[in-house]
Ligand binder design. Structure first.
Ligand code: NAD
Length: 493
């Protein structure tokens, strides 16, 4: 095993809230314990922020926005801060990623890819900090009136995140908001707050002024307070569709801007002419990566009838070959689920799958052998012969569970692929470029992956259709989420 640096946060002291550049306890004095899902043991004590702490953090972010230097800083100087932050994240990445391994079970084997993505996001938005511009627009009004637009930061951003990529998500929301000149109150998920808190510390070290990035750990109460706060201008939310609906309702008070990255039940469609060597591991890891805890996981796997039996057999063999276990070991491919609650949820669906008549061909059980017994491990699971109306085919499970369904025609695959309230990811596997494009046009989803899955890039937008949310993350569109457009009219005399 590689010798990872000691995570600075695990020295036994309570992890505090970052408000206005200072580390402070929750006003209530409450703390909560994060659990290591690998062995169910207590990992760290964390300040349990509540509405009163959110109030303080929002006030600090407001001051930093209105009177602090951040918004007025020259774009070049904001860019330098973000580039320093990118260097710091890069330099400390093993430690940051290790916090996620301990807090939510992400295997250390995934660190290299995550480092590249995190650093790339920060550098990409550092670049965009100096590329913000309005337009001059010809108008047809009488007289000599010149019109142009300017872009302005939306103000104080509340960022509320899920636990399945704690560090990556913290960076994903922070980088474009900062590049746009906004200030932030980040509320990480209560299951995995350690790396976002450490990231907040690095923001200060990078020279980002106090109050610009605030991190308030806590649960749903803190999140709800942030979502409803009258002095927050925008909420950027990643989480379940159910909570997303509550965010929209809470935003109505002061008509906040809202962007929502919500759940999914993504279709992944394999045609009979697909390259099997690509499609088997590709469709399997489209679900099993991060132990199935990815919003865009391709959990509804439609396989054309001509290759259905052969495909299911090979998929099953692939699933059974995966190494599930201690995420600290370099050769582990799947770690545990994040929590006992998530384990309970996944086990409920494993039971429902069999009860409703699906054919279990791989996995289907919790893993308790050896030293896995105290952790939340589930075997990579494949159900075949799944009907579209079964619970495992309609509900987001958020675990390593694939539902395989046969199909006959392209039109049928598109229609069944779209028959879901969600619209986040989707995939198509074929050697026929025409069919690939037909399916890509037909699917109502924010991303379509052709002969690949889950590919992400700082420059390419990601987001949902329908119940998977609105707004985009990554790319120039993500910057726009944090910018207002102001139109200016000037009479020339
Ligand atoms: P969740 O909705 O339960 O919680 C997400 C966050 O919202 C947490 O920080 C939580 O404390 C907070 N929260 C809970 N209730 C709240 C309320 N009433 N008001 C404001 N905040 C509140 O989701 P989860 O179980 O942590 O994460 C899993 C879900 O996230 C899945 O549905 C998954 O698909 C989704 N997700 C989506 C994306 C995406 O990019 N589309 C990425 C990752 C996860």
């Amino acid at each position: 095993m590689k010798n990872y640096p000691d995570p600075a946060f695990l020295n036994g002291s309570v992890r505090l809230l970052l408000i206005d550049g200072k580390w402070v306890p929750a006003l209530s004095g409450k703390v909560f314990t994060t659990i290591n899902p690998t062995d169910g043991a207590a990992l760290a004590q964390v300040a349990d922020g509540g509405p009163e702490d959110i109030n303080l953090a929002v006030a600090a972010a407001r001051r930093a926005f209105e009177s602090g230097p951040w918004r007025r800083m020259k774009p070049f100087d904001r860019q330098q801060c973000l580039l320093r932050l990118a260097d710091l994240v890069d330099a400390h990445f093993d430690e940051l990623a290790l916090l996620d391994t301990l807090d939510m079970g992400a295997p250390v084997a995934s660190i290299a890819g995550k480092r590249r993505r995190a650093v790339a996001l920060l550098r990409y938005y550092a670049g965009l900090a100096t590329a913000v511009h309005g337009q001059t627009i010809e108008n047809s009004q009488p007289g000599d009136i010149f019109s142009h637009t300017v872009k302005e930061p939306v103000g104080v951003v509340g960022a509320i995140n899920a636990w399945n990529g704690p560090l990556g998500m913290a960076i994903w929301k922070t980088a474009p908001a900062l590049a746009a000149g906004c200030t932030i109150v980040l509320k990480p998920a209560e299951q995995a707050p350690l790396s976002p808190l450490r990231f907040g510390e690095l923001c200060l070290e990078a020279g980002i002024p106090p109050g610009v990035v605030n991190v308030v750990s806590g649960g749903a109460t803190a999140g709800a307070a942030l979502a409803a706060h009258p002095d927050v201008d925008k909420i950027a939310f990643t989480g379940s569709t159910e909570v997303g609906r509550r965010i929209i309702q809470a935003s109505a008070g002061n008509i906040k801007r809202v962007s929502l990255e919500l759940g999914g039940k993504s279709p992944n469609i394999v045609f009979a002419d697909a390259d099997m060597d690509l499609a088997i591991p590709g469709t399997a890891m489209a679900v099993f990566a991060n132990s199935g805890q990815i919003c865009s996981a391709g959990t509804r796997l439609f396989v054309q009838r001509g290759i259905y039996s052969e495909f299911v057999g090979k998929l099953c063999a692939f699933a059974q070959s995966l190494r599930v276990g201690d995420p600290m070991l370099e050769d582990t491919q799947l770690g545990p689920l994040v929590s006992q609650a998530q384990l309970n949820r996944v086990e409920t669906y494993l039971k429902l799958g069999s009860e409703q008549g699906a054919e279990l061909v791989a996995g289907g059980n919790r893993l308790t052998s050896g030293n896995l017994g105290n952790g939340y491990f589930v075997a990579p699971t494949v159900f075949a012969g799944v009907r579209d109306d079964m619970a495992i085919a309609t509900d987001e499970i958020f675990g390593p569970v694939i539902s395989v369904m046969p199909f006959d025609t392209l039109e049928e695959a598109i229609a069944r692929g779209n028959a879901t309230p969600y619209g986040l990811g989707s995939g198509v596997w074929t050697r026929d470029i025409n069919n690939a494009h037909k399916v890509s046009r037909g699917l109502r989803a924010g991303s379509v992956w052709i002969n690949c899955y889950q590919t992400m890039d700082a420059a390419v937008p990601f987001g949902g259709y329908k119940g998977s949310g609105y707004g985009r993350e990554s790319g120039i569109e993500h910057m726009e989420e944090f910018l207002h457009t102001k139109s200016v009219w000037t009479r020339v005399t």
